[in-house]
Design a protein around this ligand. Sequence first.
Ligand code: SF4
Ligand code: SF4
Length: 381
Amino acid sequence: MIYRPIGKTGMSASVIGLGGEHLDNKPFETADAVINTALDNGVNIMDVFMPGDEVRTNIGRALAGRRDKMLIQGHLGSTNIKQQYDQSRDLPSIKTYFESLLRCLKTDYIDFGMLFFIDSEKDFSDMFDGPALGYAQELKKEGKIRAIGASSHNPVIARRVVETGMVDLLLFSINPAFDMAPSGANVLDYLAEDNFNFEKNLDPRRAALYKLCEQKSVAITVMKTLGAGKLLDPRYSPFGRPLSAVQCIHYALTRPGVVSALLGCSTREQVLEALGYLNAADEEKDYSGIVSKYQGSFKGSCVYCSHCLPCPAEINIAEVNKYLDAALLDPEHIPQTVTERYRALKHRGSECIACGSCEKKCPFSVPVVERMKKAAALFGL
Ligand code: SF4
Ligand code: SF4
């Protein structure tokens, strides 16, 4: 397993994590098989947004004796009042459901208290100007949560969340199709309607959000990694052909700021299939052929696909570009974390011998040589 540091929290997440939704309305045996197969293989992070007592209790039973091995994303504001999944911004409900999470999981802390479903201006003001944020801060002070996070599907609102400086973790929906949807679109509608009927072009506002997260050390965990499975299905894929799960996972994991791709699994086999990503060859992971057709005005920007490798100087070009992009957001004040990550690379921009082989291979017309020079100048090596 590969682990990535979660921003400034001191915690690290496995790059493959678990989504919890497919454990809902399933027997205990399902949760037990999925969670313990994941744990046995080094998975250490899972999302539990589901508000029902039964699924939460099943998860708690499955984690018995291993609770400390799994980082839990628990949500503040996910409720099932009237037996239906819902969002609440009302403090007594938020408290009731958080306390039920502790009780059902048989734990006295949750790793990430996630401010739930912040997709609109109203969601933002309800959560950040209302009592929910104060409650999350109180929980953190009491040690009942270790860090504050938030979940969103909207890049404009998520950006506002990140800019508050209040969250260490963002759960965000990322896949190649969503990254080409207009940023004002409700991406969940695309899943509900069984189609992705929109003008496809990489949306710079989503890309800008990921760069901002990298710059501010706000870690991203990814939901909808496979677009609810639709990107794998030739009937629904908006790209004229299906993507593989490995390509989708790799796409998510190569966005700046991303620490873990969460996969919803309901069988042991599905967990093992997701973990297959770790042994996949570079050619299996390569998504550039699909995404490059829809680059639109994004041409010339790195999408971190690594299609340009190998590099004779062994530079990880995508990683250099990732840190350079984060640094360029404010070149006068490059965060130390970004500089440290760049400096920790085995080979850096200054080692580029300008052979030009990467530029010939890059489907996105990225001026790599120029960017390597720029990185070397900005980071000093
Ligand atoms: S330079 Fe081009 S090929 Fe290389 S990672 Fe960036 S987008 Fe992909
Ligand atoms: S131009 Fe520089 S970065 Fe690109 S392949 Fe050659 S040495 Fe590597």
